[in-house]
Design a protein around this ligand. Sequence first.
Ligand SMILES: [Zn+2]
Ligand SMILES: [Zn+2]
Length: 255
Amino acid sequence: MIVNLHTHTPRCRHAVGAEQEYVEAALAAKLEMLGFSDHTPYWFPGDYYSHMRMYPDQLQEYADTVRKLQKQYEGKIRLPLGLEVEYYPTLFPELLPRLQDAGIEYMLLGQHWCGDEMGEPYNGTATDSEAHLAKYCSQVMDAMQTGLFTYVAHPDILHFVGEDHIYKKHVSRLCKEAKACNIPVEINLLGVNENRQYPKRLFWEAAAEEGCDVVIGSDAHKPSHVVHPEPEKKALAIVSEFSLHLVERPQLRRI
Ligand SMILES: [Zn+2]
Ligand SMILES: [Zn+2]
């Protein structure tokens, strides 16, 4: 691994370790770039709030912390300031200028819920609903069409347990759009390491057929997972099995 753009911090309340420890782990493994991409805050209406993201009032401090490290480590390693962001059509237009104001440099798309999250099931919950699968794929495609996302994190998060040909039909649409938009899709090392429903083989078969660019992302929630050789080996096995086109230095899309 040369570049990892998928890194969390304790602000999301399910990651541990100081930012500097993540940076030191990246330096020790000779990475050229470590992008911080913690779970974005969202401005929800009413009193709804998700348990797995930073609060809005933490955004500035997050940005300041990463920028301080950028200065401290200048010339040693690049530390772009990003966020992992869901695309929620009615809330995103209000979110984007707030992220720009805070100086966020790039976004990964991590579509953990569909719709606007509120009242929706987590996309990692097993479902045989073709409607849910179709909605997920269409929403990711809409997000990609904004041209604002650097890549799609765990594009295979939707835990579909229905028939394979139905799954393949819809994720092929998603992969075709990723190729058309020139946006890579990520093989997620956290999913590999924890034996989650992703990486899902059928998704990567579709990605290969559509000629998608592929990146490997650590999705580190602790410093020792910034570079994680065992799951990385398994991810590389998927790359070679399906002859996927691996991009080792993904191009940052500035927001
Ligand atoms: Zn997380
Ligand atoms: Zn993540």
